[in-house]
Write a protein that binds this ligand. Sequence first.
Ligand SMILES: Nc1ncnc2c1ncn2[C@@H]1O[C@H](COP(=O)(O)OP(=O)(O)OP(=O)(O)O)[C@@H](O)[C@H]1O
Ligand SMILES: [Mg+2]
Length: 506
Amino acid sequence: MYVDNKICLGEVEGRQLYIPAKMANRHGLITGATGTGKTTTLKTMAESFSEAGVPVFFSDIKGDLSGVSKEYPVTFWDIYGKEGIAARTTISEMGPILLAKLMDLNDTQADILTVVFKIADDQGLLLVDTKDLKAMLTYVGENNAVLSAEYGNIAKASVNTILRNVVALEAKGADEFFAEPALNIADWFQRDLNGKGMINILECQELVNDTTMYGTFLLWMLSELFETLPEVGDMDRPRIVFFFDEAHLIFKDAGKALLQKIEQVVKLIRSKGVGVYFISQSPKDIPDIILSQLGNKIQHGLRAYTPNDEKVVKAAADSFRVNPKLNSYEEILNLGIGEVLISTLGEDGIPNIVEKTKIYPPKTMDVKITSEEKQQKILSNDLYLRYQNMFDRDSAYEFFQRMKQQAVEEKNSLEGQKIEDKEKIKLEKTEMKEQEKLAKAAQKQTEKEAKVVKSNIKKVASSAAGTVGRELGKSMGKAVGGKFGKTLGGNVGAQLFRSILGTFIK
Ligand SMILES: Nc1ncnc2c1ncn2[C@@H]1O[C@H](COP(=O)(O)OP(=O)(O)OP(=O)(O)O)[C@@H](O)[C@H]1O
Ligand SMILES: [Mg+2]
Protein backbone atom coordinates (compact mmCIF):
# COMPACT_ATOMS: atom_id res chain seq x y z
CA MET A 1 0.00 0.00 0.00
CA TYR A 2 1.29 3.47 -0.91
CA VAL A 3 0.16 6.52 1.05
CA ASP A 4 1.80 9.94 1.50
CA ASN A 5 5.21 8.97 0.17
CA LYS A 6 5.20 5.90 2.35
CA ILE A 7 5.59 2.31 1.24
CA CYS A 8 3.29 0.85 3.90
CA LEU A 9 3.93 -2.74 4.90
CA GLY A 10 1.88 -3.37 8.05
CA GLU A 11 0.89 -1.78 11.32
CA VAL A 12 1.34 -2.06 15.03
CA GLU A 13 -1.00 -0.61 17.66
CA GLY A 14 -2.71 1.48 14.94
CA ARG A 15 0.60 2.95 13.70
CA GLN A 16 1.74 2.23 10.21
CA LEU A 17 5.10 0.62 9.60
CA TYR A 18 6.58 1.81 6.36
CA ILE A 19 9.63 2.58 4.30
CA PRO A 20 9.75 6.29 3.53
CA ALA A 21 9.78 6.50 -0.31
CA LYS A 22 12.92 8.63 -0.22
CA MET A 23 14.72 5.95 1.86
CA ALA A 24 13.71 3.09 -0.42
CA ASN A 25 17.00 3.38 -2.30
CA ARG A 26 18.85 2.42 0.89
CA HIS A 27 18.25 -1.17 -0.06
CA GLY A 28 16.75 -3.97 1.95
CA LEU A 29 16.65 -7.59 3.00
CA ILE A 30 13.76 -10.04 3.29
CA THR A 31 14.68 -13.32 4.95
CA GLY A 32 12.83 -16.27 6.47
CA ALA A 33 12.44 -20.03 6.33
CA THR A 34 10.74 -21.62 3.36
CA GLY A 35 7.01 -20.98 3.09
CA THR A 36 6.97 -18.17 5.66
CA GLY A 37 5.78 -15.54 3.16
CA LYS A 38 8.90 -13.82 1.71
CA THR A 39 7.76 -13.83 -1.91
CA THR A 40 4.34 -12.61 -0.86
CA THR A 41 5.99 -9.70 0.97
CA LEU A 42 7.91 -8.95 -2.21
CA LYS A 43 4.63 -8.83 -4.12
CA THR A 44 3.08 -6.44 -1.59
CA MET A 45 6.10 -4.17 -1.89
CA ALA A 46 6.13 -4.35 -5.71
CA GLU A 47 2.48 -3.27 -5.85
CA SER A 48 3.15 -0.41 -3.45
CA PHE A 49 6.10 0.88 -5.47
CA SER A 50 4.07 0.65 -8.65
CA GLU A 51 1.34 2.74 -6.97
CA ALA A 52 4.04 5.24 -6.06
CA GLY A 53 4.92 5.47 -9.78
CA VAL A 54 8.18 3.60 -9.23
CA PRO A 55 8.99 0.89 -11.80
CA VAL A 56 9.98 -2.45 -10.33
CA PHE A 57 11.87 -5.51 -11.45
CA PHE A 58 11.54 -8.96 -9.91
CA SER A 59 11.94 -12.57 -10.90
CA ASP A 60 9.03 -15.00 -10.75
CA ILE A 61 10.60 -18.24 -9.59
CA LYS A 62 7.51 -20.38 -9.23
CA GLY A 63 5.43 -18.77 -11.94
CA ASP A 64 2.68 -17.74 -9.52
CA LEU A 65 3.08 -13.98 -9.57
CA SER A 66 1.69 -13.16 -13.00
CA GLY A 67 -1.76 -12.40 -11.53
CA VAL A 68 -0.41 -8.99 -10.55
CA SER A 69 -0.89 -8.03 -14.21
CA LYS A 70 -4.69 -7.94 -13.73
CA GLU A 71 -4.37 -4.76 -11.66
CA TYR A 72 -0.95 -3.33 -12.48
CA PRO A 73 1.04 -2.59 -15.64
CA VAL A 74 3.32 -5.56 -16.20
CA THR A 75 5.94 -6.48 -18.79
CA PHE A 76 6.88 -10.14 -18.85
CA TRP A 77 10.48 -10.95 -19.75
CA ASP A 78 12.05 -14.32 -20.46
CA ILE A 79 15.65 -14.95 -21.48
CA TYR A 80 14.41 -17.85 -23.61
CA GLY A 81 11.75 -15.64 -25.22
CA LYS A 82 8.88 -18.04 -24.50
CA GLU A 83 7.03 -16.83 -21.41
CA GLY A 84 7.85 -13.21 -22.02
CA ILE A 85 9.62 -10.72 -24.24
CA ALA A 86 13.11 -11.95 -25.07
CA ALA A 87 15.62 -10.42 -22.68
CA ARG A 88 18.97 -10.86 -24.37
CA THR A 89 22.40 -9.47 -23.89
CA THR A 90 25.76 -9.58 -25.62
CA ILE A 91 29.00 -11.22 -24.56
CA SER A 92 30.73 -7.86 -24.20
CA GLU A 93 27.92 -6.40 -22.13
CA MET A 94 28.04 -9.41 -19.83
CA GLY A 95 31.79 -8.81 -19.44
CA PRO A 96 34.60 -11.17 -18.42
CA ILE A 97 33.93 -11.25 -14.67
CA LEU A 98 30.31 -12.38 -14.95
CA LEU A 99 31.14 -14.73 -17.80
CA ALA A 100 33.84 -16.32 -15.67
CA LYS A 101 31.19 -16.94 -13.00
CA LEU A 102 28.80 -18.28 -15.60
CA MET A 103 31.42 -20.75 -16.84
CA ASP A 104 32.75 -21.51 -13.38
CA LEU A 105 36.30 -20.57 -14.37
CA ASN A 106 39.17 -20.54 -11.90
CA ASP A 107 41.09 -17.31 -11.22
CA THR A 108 43.79 -17.98 -13.85
CA GLN A 109 41.24 -18.78 -16.53
CA ALA A 110 39.18 -15.75 -15.52
CA ASP A 111 42.28 -13.54 -15.90
CA ILE A 112 42.91 -14.95 -19.35
CA LEU A 113 39.31 -14.29 -20.32
CA THR A 114 39.78 -10.67 -19.24
CA VAL A 115 42.88 -10.48 -21.46
CA VAL A 116 40.95 -11.98 -24.38
CA PHE A 117 38.36 -9.20 -23.96
CA LYS A 118 41.17 -6.65 -23.92
CA ILE A 119 42.68 -8.05 -27.12
CA ALA A 120 39.27 -7.92 -28.82
CA ASP A 121 38.88 -4.35 -27.64
CA ASP A 122 42.35 -3.34 -28.85
CA GLN A 123 41.63 -4.84 -32.24
CA GLY A 124 38.21 -3.24 -32.49
CA LEU A 125 36.40 -6.59 -32.62
CA LEU A 126 32.86 -6.90 -31.31
CA LEU A 127 31.94 -9.80 -29.05
CA VAL A 128 28.21 -10.23 -29.46
CA ASP A 129 27.42 -13.93 -29.36
CA THR A 130 29.09 -17.19 -28.37
CA LYS A 131 30.34 -17.64 -31.95
CA ASP A 132 32.32 -14.43 -31.54
CA LEU A 133 33.80 -15.53 -28.25
CA LYS A 134 34.81 -18.91 -29.69
CA ALA A 135 36.41 -17.29 -32.74
CA MET A 136 38.31 -14.86 -30.52
CA LEU A 137 39.52 -17.64 -28.21
CA THR A 138 40.64 -19.71 -31.21
CA TYR A 139 42.57 -16.74 -32.56
CA VAL A 140 44.24 -16.11 -29.19
CA GLY A 141 45.05 -19.82 -28.82
CA GLU A 142 46.64 -19.98 -32.27
CA ASN A 143 48.66 -16.82 -31.74
CA ASN A 144 49.40 -17.20 -28.04
CA ALA A 145 53.17 -16.91 -28.44
CA VAL A 146 52.99 -13.53 -30.16
CA LEU A 147 50.17 -12.24 -27.94
CA SER A 148 51.87 -13.41 -24.73
CA ALA A 149 54.76 -11.06 -25.50
CA GLU A 150 52.39 -8.12 -25.38
CA TYR A 151 49.72 -9.17 -22.88
CA GLY A 152 51.57 -11.50 -20.50
CA ASN A 153 51.55 -15.25 -20.46
CA ILE A 154 48.49 -16.75 -22.13
CA ALA A 155 48.57 -20.51 -21.59
CA LYS A 156 47.13 -22.34 -24.55
CA ALA A 157 45.70 -25.04 -22.27
CA SER A 158 43.68 -22.43 -20.34
CA VAL A 159 42.38 -20.93 -23.57
CA ASN A 160 41.24 -24.39 -24.65
CA THR A 161 39.49 -24.97 -21.32
CA ILE A 162 37.59 -21.71 -21.69
CA LEU A 163 36.69 -22.68 -25.24
CA ARG A 164 35.25 -25.99 -24.01
CA ASN A 165 33.25 -24.12 -21.38
CA VAL A 166 31.76 -21.85 -24.02
CA VAL A 167 30.63 -24.91 -25.95
CA ALA A 168 29.06 -26.31 -22.77
CA LEU A 169 27.36 -22.97 -22.20
CA GLU A 170 25.88 -23.08 -25.69
CA ALA A 171 24.47 -26.52 -24.93
CA LYS A 172 22.61 -24.92 -22.01
CA GLY A 173 20.93 -22.40 -24.29
CA ALA A 174 23.39 -19.51 -23.98
CA ASP A 175 23.33 -18.97 -27.74
CA GLU A 176 19.69 -17.93 -27.24
CA PHE A 177 20.36 -15.05 -24.94
CA PHE A 178 23.78 -13.89 -26.09
CA ALA A 179 22.29 -12.25 -29.12
CA GLU A 180 20.86 -9.03 -30.41
CA PRO A 181 18.72 -7.02 -30.02
CA ALA A 182 20.11 -6.72 -26.51
CA LEU A 183 17.85 -5.61 -23.71
CA ASN A 184 17.75 -1.86 -23.31
CA ILE A 185 17.18 -1.37 -19.63
CA ALA A 186 15.59 2.01 -20.31
CA ASP A 187 12.58 -0.04 -21.40
CA TRP A 188 11.97 -0.95 -17.77
CA PHE A 189 11.35 2.65 -16.82
CA GLN A 190 7.77 3.01 -17.86
CA ARG A 191 4.54 4.16 -16.27
CA ASP A 192 1.02 3.52 -17.41
CA LEU A 193 -1.55 6.26 -18.10
CA ASN A 194 -2.59 6.27 -14.43
CA GLY A 195 1.00 6.93 -13.38
CA LYS A 196 1.59 3.43 -12.02
CA GLY A 197 5.15 2.20 -12.34
CA MET A 198 5.82 -0.73 -14.68
CA ILE A 199 6.27 -4.08 -12.93
CA ASN A 200 8.88 -5.97 -14.93
CA ILE A 201 8.67 -9.69 -14.24
CA LEU A 202 11.46 -12.02 -15.32
CA GLU A 203 9.95 -15.46 -15.87
CA CYS A 204 12.31 -17.85 -14.19
CA GLN A 205 10.71 -21.28 -13.90
CA GLU A 206 13.04 -22.64 -16.57
CA LEU A 207 15.95 -20.33 -15.85
CA VAL A 208 16.13 -21.14 -12.15
CA ASN A 209 16.92 -24.78 -12.96
CA ASP A 210 20.30 -23.48 -13.99
CA THR A 211 21.16 -21.69 -10.79
CA THR A 212 24.43 -20.23 -12.08
CA MET A 213 22.77 -18.82 -15.15
CA TYR A 214 19.98 -17.35 -13.03
CA GLY A 215 22.31 -15.67 -10.54
CA THR A 216 24.62 -14.35 -13.25
CA PHE A 217 21.81 -12.98 -15.33
CA LEU A 218 20.34 -11.02 -12.46
CA LEU A 219 23.76 -9.66 -11.59
CA TRP A 220 24.21 -8.58 -15.17
CA MET A 221 20.93 -6.70 -15.00
CA LEU A 222 22.04 -4.96 -11.84
CA SER A 223 25.41 -4.00 -13.27
CA GLU A 224 23.68 -2.82 -16.43
CA LEU A 225 21.49 -0.53 -14.35
CA PHE A 226 24.58 0.68 -12.58
CA GLU A 227 26.46 1.42 -15.79
CA THR A 228 23.53 2.94 -17.65
CA LEU A 229 22.02 5.27 -15.10
CA PRO A 230 23.40 8.71 -14.30
CA GLU A 231 24.10 9.93 -10.77
CA VAL A 232 21.05 11.63 -9.30
CA GLY A 233 21.81 11.92 -5.59
CA ASP A 234 18.87 11.78 -3.17
CA MET A 235 15.41 11.79 -4.72
CA ASP A 236 11.94 11.81 -3.20
CA ARG A 237 11.53 8.21 -4.42
CA PRO A 238 13.68 5.68 -6.27
CA ARG A 239 13.78 5.59 -10.05
CA ILE A 240 13.46 1.82 -9.95
CA VAL A 241 13.44 -0.97 -7.37
CA PHE A 242 15.13 -4.25 -8.08
CA PHE A 243 14.23 -7.44 -6.17
CA PHE A 244 16.57 -10.43 -6.02
CA ASP A 245 14.48 -13.47 -5.06
CA GLU A 246 16.50 -16.58 -4.10
CA ALA A 247 19.46 -14.25 -3.65
CA HIS A 248 21.70 -17.00 -2.29
CA LEU A 249 22.04 -18.18 -5.90
CA ILE A 250 23.84 -14.96 -6.75
CA PHE A 251 26.49 -15.43 -4.13
CA LYS A 252 26.90 -19.15 -4.59
CA ASP A 253 30.46 -19.83 -5.81
CA ALA A 254 31.05 -16.12 -6.30
CA GLY A 255 34.80 -15.46 -6.41
CA LYS A 256 36.53 -12.55 -4.77
CA ALA A 257 36.49 -10.37 -7.89
CA LEU A 258 32.76 -10.84 -8.33
CA LEU A 259 31.96 -10.16 -4.66
CA GLN A 260 33.94 -6.96 -4.85
CA LYS A 261 32.04 -5.95 -7.92
CA ILE A 262 28.66 -6.67 -6.30
CA GLU A 263 29.65 -4.75 -3.20
CA GLN A 264 30.73 -1.78 -5.27
CA VAL A 265 27.56 -1.83 -7.36
CA VAL A 266 25.28 -2.14 -4.33
CA LYS A 267 27.10 0.66 -2.54
CA LEU A 268 27.11 3.11 -5.41
CA ILE A 269 23.84 2.35 -7.14
CA ARG A 270 21.66 4.06 -4.56
CA SER A 271 22.96 7.46 -5.64
CA LYS A 272 21.66 6.53 -9.08
CA GLY A 273 18.21 6.17 -7.59
CA VAL A 274 18.05 2.36 -7.52
CA GLY A 275 16.83 0.38 -4.53
CA VAL A 276 17.96 -3.26 -4.29
CA TYR A 277 16.15 -5.82 -2.12
CA PHE A 278 17.62 -9.26 -1.48
CA ILE A 279 15.29 -12.13 -0.61
CA SER A 280 16.69 -15.31 0.86
CA GLN A 281 16.10 -17.87 3.57
CA SER A 282 18.84 -16.85 5.94
CA PRO A 283 20.77 -13.62 6.47
CA LYS A 284 23.81 -15.92 6.39
CA ASP A 285 23.23 -16.37 2.65
CA ILE A 286 24.29 -12.79 2.09
CA PRO A 287 27.97 -11.88 2.51
CA ASP A 288 28.62 -9.45 5.40
CA ILE A 289 29.98 -6.74 3.14
CA ILE A 290 26.64 -6.68 1.33
CA LEU A 291 24.53 -7.09 4.49
CA SER A 292 25.98 -3.94 5.94
CA GLN A 293 24.61 -2.00 2.95
CA LEU A 294 21.00 -3.04 3.53
CA GLY A 295 19.01 -0.50 5.54
CA ASN A 296 15.45 -1.86 5.47
CA LYS A 297 15.10 -5.28 7.08
CA ILE A 298 12.16 -7.66 7.12
CA GLN A 299 12.62 -10.91 9.01
CA HIS A 300 10.10 -13.74 8.55
CA GLY A 301 10.10 -16.77 10.82
CA LEU A 302 13.20 -18.91 11.23
CA ARG A 303 13.51 -22.35 12.77
CA ALA A 304 16.32 -23.49 15.05
CA TYR A 305 16.77 -27.23 14.89
CA THR A 306 20.53 -27.29 15.28
CA PRO A 307 23.12 -25.24 17.23
CA ASN A 308 24.09 -23.74 13.90
CA ASP A 309 20.48 -22.66 13.23
CA GLU A 310 20.43 -21.07 16.67
CA LYS A 311 23.48 -19.03 15.79
CA VAL A 312 21.80 -17.82 12.61
CA VAL A 313 18.65 -16.80 14.48
CA LYS A 314 20.73 -15.03 17.12
CA ALA A 315 22.68 -13.14 14.45
CA ALA A 316 19.41 -12.13 12.76
CA ALA A 317 17.93 -10.97 16.08
CA ASP A 318 21.07 -9.01 16.96
CA SER A 319 21.10 -7.20 13.62
CA PHE A 320 18.03 -5.18 14.66
CA ARG A 321 17.94 -1.99 16.69
CA VAL A 322 16.64 -3.13 20.07
CA ASN A 323 13.02 -2.65 21.06
CA PRO A 324 12.80 -3.09 24.86
CA LYS A 325 9.29 -4.48 24.46
CA LEU A 326 10.45 -7.35 22.22
CA ASN A 327 12.68 -10.36 22.58
CA SER A 328 13.74 -10.56 18.96
CA TYR A 329 15.29 -14.01 19.26
CA GLU A 330 12.15 -15.60 20.72
CA GLU A 331 9.87 -13.73 18.32
CA ILE A 332 11.76 -14.87 15.21
CA LEU A 333 11.33 -18.49 16.26
CA ASN A 334 7.58 -18.07 16.71
CA LEU A 335 6.50 -15.93 13.75
CA GLY A 336 3.54 -17.28 11.75
CA ILE A 337 3.13 -17.08 7.97
CA GLY A 338 3.18 -13.48 6.81
CA GLU A 339 4.33 -12.28 10.23
CA VAL A 340 7.62 -10.43 10.47
CA LEU A 341 10.04 -8.51 12.57
CA ILE A 342 10.69 -5.31 10.74
CA SER A 343 13.07 -2.41 11.02
CA THR A 344 13.06 0.26 8.32
CA LEU A 345 15.01 3.49 8.00
CA GLY A 346 13.35 6.61 9.39
CA GLU A 347 12.97 9.81 7.37
CA ASP A 348 16.33 10.86 8.80
CA GLY A 349 18.04 7.64 7.66
CA ILE A 350 18.36 6.24 11.20
CA PRO A 351 17.03 2.67 11.65
CA ASN A 352 13.79 2.43 13.57
CA ILE A 353 13.55 0.05 16.49
CA VAL A 354 12.42 -3.44 15.57
CA GLU A 355 8.66 -4.10 15.51
CA LYS A 356 6.51 -7.14 14.98
CA THR A 357 3.71 -7.01 12.43
CA LYS A 358 1.78 -8.94 9.82
CA ILE A 359 2.58 -7.85 6.27
CA TYR A 360 -0.40 -6.49 4.34
CA PRO A 361 -1.39 -9.10 1.81
CA PRO A 362 -0.90 -8.03 -1.81
CA LYS A 363 -4.01 -6.63 -3.53
CA THR A 364 -3.68 -9.37 -6.11
CA MET A 365 -2.95 -12.04 -3.47
CA ASP A 366 -5.17 -14.68 -4.99
CA VAL A 367 -5.56 -13.29 -8.50
CA LYS A 368 -4.47 -15.63 -11.27
CA ILE A 369 -4.36 -15.27 -15.03
CA THR A 370 -4.58 -18.07 -17.57
CA SER A 371 -1.66 -18.80 -19.87
CA GLU A 372 -3.75 -17.55 -22.82
CA GLU A 373 -4.34 -14.23 -21.07
CA LYS A 374 -0.66 -14.01 -20.34
CA GLN A 375 0.35 -14.71 -23.95
CA GLN A 376 -2.13 -12.05 -25.02
CA LYS A 377 -0.45 -9.54 -22.72
CA ILE A 378 2.97 -10.45 -24.08
CA LEU A 379 1.95 -10.19 -27.74
CA SER A 380 0.11 -6.90 -27.30
CA ASN A 381 3.05 -5.25 -25.56
CA ASP A 382 4.68 -2.54 -27.71
CA LEU A 383 8.09 -3.91 -26.83
CA TYR A 384 7.31 -7.37 -28.17
CA LEU A 385 8.03 -6.58 -31.82
CA ARG A 386 11.17 -4.68 -30.98
CA TYR A 387 12.77 -7.68 -29.29
CA GLN A 388 11.12 -10.48 -31.20
CA ASN A 389 13.52 -10.98 -34.12
CA MET A 390 17.17 -11.75 -33.53
CA PHE A 391 19.77 -10.28 -35.83
CA ASP A 392 23.39 -11.24 -36.31
CA ARG A 393 25.60 -8.29 -37.13
CA ASP A 394 29.15 -8.22 -38.39
CA SER A 395 31.33 -8.96 -35.36
CA ALA A 396 34.44 -10.94 -34.38
CA TYR A 397 33.24 -14.27 -35.83
CA GLU A 398 32.44 -12.74 -39.22
CA PHE A 399 35.79 -10.92 -39.18
CA PHE A 400 37.77 -14.13 -38.61
CA GLN A 401 35.67 -15.94 -41.21
CA ARG A 402 36.65 -13.28 -43.73
CA MET A 403 40.30 -13.57 -42.71
CA LYS A 404 40.18 -17.33 -43.23
CA GLN A 405 38.51 -16.94 -46.61
CA GLN A 406 41.12 -14.40 -47.66
CA ALA A 407 43.94 -16.70 -46.53
CA VAL A 408 42.47 -19.57 -48.56
CA GLU A 409 42.17 -17.37 -51.63
CA GLU A 410 45.74 -16.13 -51.25
CA LYS A 411 47.01 -19.68 -50.87
CA ASN A 412 45.11 -20.75 -53.96
CA SER A 413 46.43 -17.90 -56.04
CA LEU A 414 49.96 -18.58 -54.75
CA GLU A 415 49.62 -22.21 -55.73
CA GLY A 416 48.26 -21.20 -59.10
CA GLN A 417 51.29 -18.96 -59.54
CA LYS A 418 53.58 -21.83 -58.59
CA ILE A 419 52.05 -24.11 -61.21
CA GLU A 420 52.39 -21.37 -63.80
CA ASP A 421 56.02 -20.84 -62.88
CA LYS A 422 56.77 -24.55 -63.09
CA GLU A 423 55.28 -24.79 -66.55
CA LYS A 424 57.21 -21.77 -67.65
CA ILE A 425 60.48 -23.30 -66.46
CA LYS A 426 59.68 -26.59 -68.17
CA LEU A 427 58.96 -24.79 -71.42
CA GLU A 428 62.10 -22.77 -71.15
CA LYS A 429 64.13 -25.94 -70.55
CA THR A 430 62.77 -27.69 -73.64
CA GLU A 431 63.39 -24.58 -75.66
CA MET A 432 66.93 -24.43 -74.42
CA LYS A 433 67.49 -28.08 -75.20
CA GLU A 434 66.08 -27.55 -78.64
CA GLN A 435 68.34 -24.62 -79.19
CA GLU A 436 71.33 -26.56 -77.89
CA LYS A 437 70.51 -29.35 -80.31
CA LEU A 438 70.23 -26.89 -83.15
CA ALA A 439 73.43 -25.21 -82.11
CA LYS A 440 75.24 -28.56 -81.98
CA ALA A 441 73.90 -29.56 -85.34
CA ALA A 442 74.94 -26.21 -86.73
CA GLN A 443 78.38 -26.64 -85.25
CA LYS A 444 78.69 -30.09 -86.67
CA GLN A 445 77.67 -28.75 -90.03
CA THR A 446 80.19 -25.96 -89.76
CA GLU A 447 82.88 -28.41 -88.74
CA LYS A 448 81.97 -30.65 -91.59
CA GLU A 449 82.09 -27.77 -93.99
CA ALA A 450 85.33 -26.59 -92.43
CA LYS A 451 86.82 -30.06 -92.95
CA VAL A 452 85.78 -30.03 -96.59
CA VAL A 453 87.29 -26.59 -97.02
CA LYS A 454 90.42 -27.71 -95.20
CA SER A 455 90.87 -30.80 -97.29
CA ASN A 456 90.23 -28.78 -100.40
CA ILE A 457 92.78 -26.25 -99.33
CA LYS A 458 95.14 -29.08 -98.49
CA LYS A 459 94.57 -30.59 -101.82
CA VAL A 460 95.11 -27.31 -103.61
CA ALA A 461 98.07 -26.47 -101.44
CA SER A 462 99.55 -29.91 -101.80
CA SER A 463 99.31 -29.91 -105.55
CA ALA A 464 100.58 -26.34 -105.65
CA ALA A 465 103.44 -27.20 -103.29
CA GLY A 466 104.13 -30.35 -105.30
CA THR A 467 104.35 -28.33 -108.49
CA VAL A 468 106.54 -25.62 -106.97
CA GLY A 469 108.77 -28.16 -105.17
CA ARG A 470 108.99 -30.36 -108.18
CA GLU A 471 110.07 -27.52 -110.40
CA LEU A 472 112.50 -26.32 -107.79
CA GLY A 473 113.91 -29.88 -107.18
CA LYS A 474 114.09 -30.49 -110.89
CA SER A 475 116.24 -27.49 -111.49
CA MET A 476 118.27 -28.28 -108.36
CA GLY A 477 118.59 -32.03 -109.43
CA LYS A 478 119.43 -31.03 -112.94
CA ALA A 479 122.24 -29.05 -111.61
CA VAL A 480 123.28 -32.05 -109.45
CA GLY A 481 123.11 -34.83 -112.16
CA GLY A 482 120.96 -35.30 -115.27
CA LYS A 483 117.47 -37.01 -115.48
CA PHE A 484 117.70 -39.01 -112.25
CA GLY A 485 118.69 -35.97 -110.39
CA LYS A 486 115.79 -34.15 -111.95
CA THR A 487 113.15 -36.77 -110.87
CA LEU A 488 114.57 -37.22 -107.35
CA GLY A 489 114.93 -33.53 -106.88
CA GLY A 490 111.31 -33.06 -107.99
CA ASN A 491 109.92 -35.67 -105.48
CA VAL A 492 112.01 -34.51 -102.52
CA GLY A 493 111.12 -30.94 -103.25
CA ALA A 494 107.43 -31.78 -103.43
CA GLN A 495 107.47 -33.74 -100.05
CA LEU A 496 109.32 -31.00 -98.31
CA PHE A 497 106.93 -28.31 -99.36
CA ARG A 498 103.94 -30.41 -98.50
CA SER A 499 105.15 -30.99 -94.99
CA ILE A 500 106.00 -27.33 -94.51
CA LEU A 501 102.64 -26.29 -95.79
CA GLY A 502 100.94 -29.07 -93.79
CA THR A 503 101.92 -27.43 -90.51
CA PHE A 504 99.94 -24.40 -91.60
CA ILE A 505 96.92 -26.18 -93.09
CA LYS A 506 95.43 -28.66 -90.63
N1 LIG B 1 1.18 -11.79 4.26
C1 LIG B 1 0.50 -12.90 4.05
N2 LIG B 1 -0.81 -12.97 4.32
C2 LIG B 1 -1.49 -14.09 4.11
N3 LIG B 1 -0.97 -15.22 3.59
C3 LIG B 1 0.32 -15.24 3.32
C4 LIG B 1 1.11 -14.08 3.51
N4 LIG B 1 2.37 -14.39 3.13
C5 LIG B 1 2.34 -15.65 2.70
N5 LIG B 1 1.13 -16.17 2.80
C6 LIG B 1 0.78 -17.55 2.40
O1 LIG B 1 1.92 -18.41 2.53
C7 LIG B 1 2.23 -19.06 1.32
C8 LIG B 1 3.74 -19.16 1.13
O2 LIG B 1 4.22 -17.85 0.97
P1 LIG B 1 5.43 -17.51 0.06
O3 LIG B 1 5.43 -18.28 -1.18
O4 LIG B 1 5.46 -16.02 -0.05
O5 LIG B 1 6.60 -18.01 0.98
P2 LIG B 1 8.17 -17.99 0.72
O6 LIG B 1 8.79 -17.63 2.00
O7 LIG B 1 8.49 -17.16 -0.44
O8 LIG B 1 8.47 -19.50 0.39
P3 LIG B 1 9.70 -20.15 -0.39
O9 LIG B 1 10.87 -20.08 0.53
O10 LIG B 1 9.26 -21.53 -0.65
O11 LIG B 1 9.89 -19.33 -1.62
C9 LIG B 1 1.54 -18.26 0.25
O12 LIG B 1 1.10 -19.09 -0.82
C10 LIG B 1 0.38 -17.61 0.94
O13 LIG B 1 -0.77 -18.42 0.83
MG1 LIG C 1 9.54 -17.50 -2.26
